[in-house]
Design a protein around this ligand. Structure first.
Ligand code: ZN
Length: 142
C-alpha cells in the first residue's frame, strides 16, 4: 500500500486548499441496522394454522350488544330493539295463532280482524271498530 509520502507531489494548480476542516477519515463508524433481522416466518410458525375460536357467525360486538340488552331487560330497563328484528313481516295472529297473512286477516288501525275466529262479519266488526274509534276521538277532545 502506497503511503502519502511516496506519491508524486501534487501540482500547485490542482492542490486542494484545505479550509481547516477536520479530517474525518477513519471517523466514520459502521452503522448499526435500525431493525434486527428476523428469521424467516416459516421457522417461527408451525405448519398447522391456528384455528380461530368461532362459536357464532355473529361478530363479537354484536354478541356483546345482545348480552347487554338481555342484562338490561332482566334489570327491568327499557331496551331499544334492533330494527332488523322488526323487518321480519311474518307475524302470527294472536287469535288463531297462525301466520297473519293478508288472506283472512284485515287490519283496521291497531286492531286485526281474524276471519277464522271472528264471531261477526267483517262489515260488522269494522263498524264496531269505527264506532270505538269515533268514541275514543271524542273522549280525547274533552
Ligand atoms: Zn288469525
Amino acid at each position: 500500500m502506497a503511503s502519502a509520502s511516496s506519491l508524486p507531489p501534487v501540482p500547485p494548480h490542482l492542490a486542494h486548499q484545505f479550509s481547516g476542516q477536520k479530517n474525518l477519515a477513519g471517523a466514520a463508524t459502521v452503522k448499526k441496522r435500525p431493525f434486527p433481522i428476523h428469521p424467516k416466518p416459516e421457522i417461527l410458525y408451525t405448519a398447522t394454522p391456528l384455528k380461530l375460536a368461532k362459536e357464532s357467525p355473529e361478530a363479537r360486538t354484536t354478541l356483546w350488544y345482545h348480552r347487554k340488552q338481555k342484562e338490561k331487560e332482566a334489570a327491568g330497563e327499557y331496551v331499544k330493539r334492533n330494527k332488523q328484528q322488526r323487518s321480519n313481516r311474518t307475524y302470527t295472529c294472536s287469535k288463531c295463532s297462525e301466520l297473519r297473512l293478508p288472506l283472512g286477516h284485515t287490519q283496521y288501525y291497531g286492531s286485526w280482524f281474524c276471519m277464522k275466529t271472528a264471531t261477526q262479519t267483517f262489515e260488522e266488526w269494522r263498524q264496531e271498530k269505527e264506532e270505538e274509534r269515533r268514541k275514543h276521538k271524542e273522549n280525547a277532545k274533552q
